[in-house]
Structures are given as C-alpha cells and as structure tokens.
Write a protein that binds this ligand. Structure first.
Ligand SMILES: *Cc1c(COP(=O)(O)O)cnc(C)c1O
Length: 342
C-alpha cells in the first residue's frame, strides 16, 4: 500500500508551497450565517447513563442527524458556498474516506454543480454506493487516502476541477467550527468537549470557537491506536507519515498531509489532551450508543463515548461529546451490538 507514496512526495514537492492559513471566531460566525438553513442544527441530548458513570452532566451532540449522516456537510457546504460563480461552474473534486465525499456530492446536488469523488479501494462498499446515489462521478484509485489524493491532483491539473479538501482548508475548518458555537449556546457552562480526531478539521474548528468563548474549557481529541496521524504529528512536532490500518473507526483513517497548512498548527496549540483507543474500546462505544442512547453510530462517531466508558477521560464539569457520524456497514453494526468481540 505504500508503493505510491514516493510519487505523492514528488507531487507535494513540486507544488508551490501554499502559505499557512488560520481560522478565527469571525470566520466561524461567517460560516454559521452562510450555512444556516442548508445544514441541520443538530440536537444536544443529555445522556443519563454517561452522566451517572462520570458524575458530571454529559451531553451528546448528534451530528448523526445531518442529512448525510455526518458533520462533514458543515465544512463542505461552507467551502462550496464561499466559491465564486465561475469556480462553481468548473465542478468540484475531492478525495474522501466516505463522509466528506458524501458531503461534497450532497452540496453539489443541492447547488446544481458537478462533482467527482476520488477514494481508495479500502473505503467500505456502503459508503461508495451512498455517494454514487447522490449523482457524483466515482473514481476508485489506490489503497490509501494519499493515493486518492494523487488522482485529485490530476483532475485539478487536467480538467480544471475545484478541489474541496476534507480538512486542511480554512473554509472547511470554519464550517466544522459551527458545532462549537452551537455547543456554547446550548450548554453555557461547557467545561469539556470530546472530539473525534483524524485530519483535525473537526477538532480545530470546534476548539477555535470554544476556546474563544470559553477559554478554560478542555478540548480532548480522540483517535484509534491503529494509525493515529494527528497524535503522531503532535508528538513529532511536525506532520509525519503513518501506516494506514483497517479499523472500526474507518472515518478516522489517513494522514494529515506532509504539507499541512491549517489543522496541524491549530490542533497542536488548542487540543489539551489526545486519547487513543483500542478496537475493543471502540466497539464498546458503538454498542453503548445503540443500546443505551438508541442511536446508530459508526466507529469514528463513537470514540468520545468509548473514551468515557474506558475511563481514559475524567471530565470535570459539564461535558459535550461530538457524535460525529452514523455511516457504518449494517452487518458490522449488527455483529458489534449483538456483543461479538471487535
Ligand atoms: C471525518 C470524520 C471525522 C474526523 O474529522 P477530521 O476533521 O478529519 O479530524 C470524525 N468522524 C467522522 C464520522 C468523520 O467522517
């Protein structure tokens, strides 16, 4: 699977270095104004069982209720709405492990634009079909997120399509940050936020909003032990390559990009703690969500719940868990909820 990696290094080396970019509270407020009415304002629901478990009020932010079943619609919609008319007409392209591709396809359909979605052969079949049914052109390429990104670069160069990145883009980060505005509005005493962490668009956006409005709130990023790219980058002090492995939290797979310009700096500065979870712990989170909270949640979406259940986070004060998505293969979900080991 790493065969094509040197090629990616060449692509990145030849590209003129994009300047670093950042995101502030005004960007997130602008994003909120732009996407209102085009994405769901999702419910924040108290969890009696998790509150009992940690002796603090725990609330679940159900991004599972977005029309595509994941939060990614916020960032994608904001990025597409920020484009000029001539850019929109050229059509959109992105690489995705599934949910971001689904979000771009959905936004394109809503706004009457064309979209091509590039993904690796590791992306589960249910996610591929969901995107196809939204009317996007599907391109399967290679065995990793990095491989799929090479195909994006080609379509940008050869067809002039407009890339909508999955996380490392100021408009995408600002869109995801609208979750942070909603959390502070609905839970003014907010003291701790548990956020699934992969490329860091979700965590960076929420952290910018929450830290601006509640400077003492604690931001916890949560990844799987198998291939946690942002955690490895924070430890190394720079973006590093990680080996992509299969995991129940498949939406958290992939690297952060060696030429990362937005999310790495924000995550390094604003995340207070990173927690890593085993596959069995993630399975327990999925099971708890189904049995106790009545919600179908995919592995990536369940890591916040899983971290509390595993005793790896001990929040002090009112806590919000971002339940980021629900797009899990039905058979896998049934097997986990029925109690089979991960
Ligand atoms: C993309 C995704 C994440 C991680 O978001 P990043 O911005 O890449 O950190 C978490 N959960 C789900 C369901 C996702 O689709």
């Amino acid at each position: 699977m790493t065969v094509i990696k040197p090629q990616l290094a060449i692509v990145e080396a030849n590209r003129p270095a994009a300047p670093p970019a950042s995101v502030g509270l005004p960007d997130i407020e602008a994003a909120a104004a732009r996407i209102t009415g085009k994405v769901e304002r999702t419910p924040l629901v108290a969890s009696p069982s998790l509150s009992r478990l940690c002796g603090q009020p725990v609330h679940l932010k159900f991004e599972t209720r977005q029309p595509i079943g994941a939060f990614k619609l916020r960032g994608a919609m904001n990025a597409v709405l920020a484009l000029g008319e001539d850019q929109r007409r050229r059509g959109l392209v992105t690489a995705s492990t599934g949910n971001h591709g689904r979000a771009v396809a959905y936004a394109a359909r809503e706004l009457g634009l064309a979209a091509a979605i590039c993904m690796s052969a590791l992306v589960p079949a249910n996610k591929v079909e969901a995107i196809r049914s939204l009317g996007a052109e599907i391109r399967i390429f290679g065995r990793s997120q990095d491989d799929a990104q090479i195909e994006v670069e080609r379509l940008v160069a050869e067809r002039g399509l407009i890339p909508i990145p999955p996380f490392d883009d100021p408009d995408v980060v600002a869109g995801q940050g609208t979750i942070g505005l909603e959390l502070v509005e609905e839970l003014p005493e907010l003291a701790c936020v548990l956020i699934p962490l992969s490329g860091g668009g979700l965590a960076a956006g929420i952290a910018v909003a929450v830290k601006a409005l509640r400077p003492f709130a604690r931001i916890v990023g949560i990844s799987m032990e198998r291939g946690a790219a942002m955690a490895a980058a924070i430890v190394a002090g720079r973006p590093v390559e990680v080996v992509e492995e299969e995991t129940l939290a498949d939406s958290l797979g992939g690297g952060i990009g060696l030429a990362n310009r937005v999310t790495f700096a924000l995550c390094r500065e604003l995340i207070d703690e990173v927690v890593l979870l085993s596959e069995a712990e993630i399975a327990a989170g999925i099971r708890h969500a189904a049995r106790e909270e009545g919600e179908i949640v995919e592995g990536a979406g369940a890591v916040g719940i899983a971290a509390l259940l595993a005793g790896k986070v001990s929040p002090q004060g009112p806590t919000a868990i971002v339940v980021s998505g629900r797009n899990i293969d039905e058979a896998v979900h049934r097997r986990i909820v029925s109690g089979a080991a991960a």
